[in-house]
Design a protein around this ligand. Structure first.
Ligand code: BTN
Length: 216
């Protein structure tokens, strides 16, 4: 299924995910994407605050997908791979790794985080994916090391990076639609951080108990 991306950029929003969810509830179409150059009330996973100063990437997009439950199972992997690919283009020499299920880290420090939310009725279901990446600066997260693209020697602007992630998302989604979960699982494992819970090394290969449907 193709996503007709339509990205709108705003100077400041509270949270791009809150804004996108509101648009979803008001009937916005699949592929609606929203970027804010500044977020004043960014949200992370588990109710945490996500600091998103100017220069960093804050964007969210809406998926309306006929098989929402099937997509929800594999989405963390597809998003992680999409963001990883796009960030690797601006940091070709940095050892970027995926930390379960969809953080992107470099030398143990967090570079990018993802918030996936879903709602709506059975006939009108939506998924909103929010992605935040430290491009210019690395805000403090309690108990975590953080890093930015700039600190790693790269240069990236929010809008081109958002477009690159959306392009990658279309690619990885179609790989899943054509080949099922196996190519996604393999690609995720190839890029995985060694210390993800459930991830073990066996004979030099990383093994993660991810089922063929995408669940652990
Ligand atoms: C995490 O805690 O790792 C997830 C962070 C997700 C942050 C992004 S920034 C764009 C979107 N809008 C939000 O309020 N949160 C997400």
């Amino acid at each position: 299924m193709s996503f007709p991306w339509s990205l709108t950029c705003y100077d400041t929003l509270g949270s791009t995910s809150d804004f996108c969810k509101l648009q979803a509830e008001n009937g916005a179409s699949n592929g609606t994407a929203v970027l804010a150059f500044r977020q004043s009330a960014g949200r992370g996973t588990r109710g945490r605050v996500w600091a998103a100063p100017e220069g960093n990437l804050s964007f969210s997009f809406l998926c309306r997908y006929p098989r929402r439950d099937a997509l929800m199972q594999v989405l963390p992997f597809i998003i992680a791979l999409s963001a990883h690919e796009a960030l690797t283009c601006v940091l070709p020499d940095a050892p970027l790794r995926l930390k379960w299920p969809n953080d992107i880290i470099c030398h143990d420090a967090k570079l990018c985080g993802v918030l996936i939310e879903s709602g709506g009725s059975a006939e009108d279901a939506w998924i909103v994916v929010g992605i935040g990446a430290n491009l210019q600066s690395a805000p403090v997260i309690e108990g975590r090391k953080t890093v930015s693209v700039a600190a790693l020697g790269g240069v990236a602007a929010p809008e081109p990076l958002a477009r690159s992630i959306l392009d990658q998302f279309s690619l990885w989604l179609s790989r899943w639609e054509r080949g099922g979960f196996e190519p996604i699982r393999t690609a995720w494992l190839d890029r995985a951080h060694a210390r993800v819970p459930g991830l073990r090394f066996r004979g030099g290969r990383t093994i993660l108990r991810v089922s063929s449907q995408g669940s652990i």
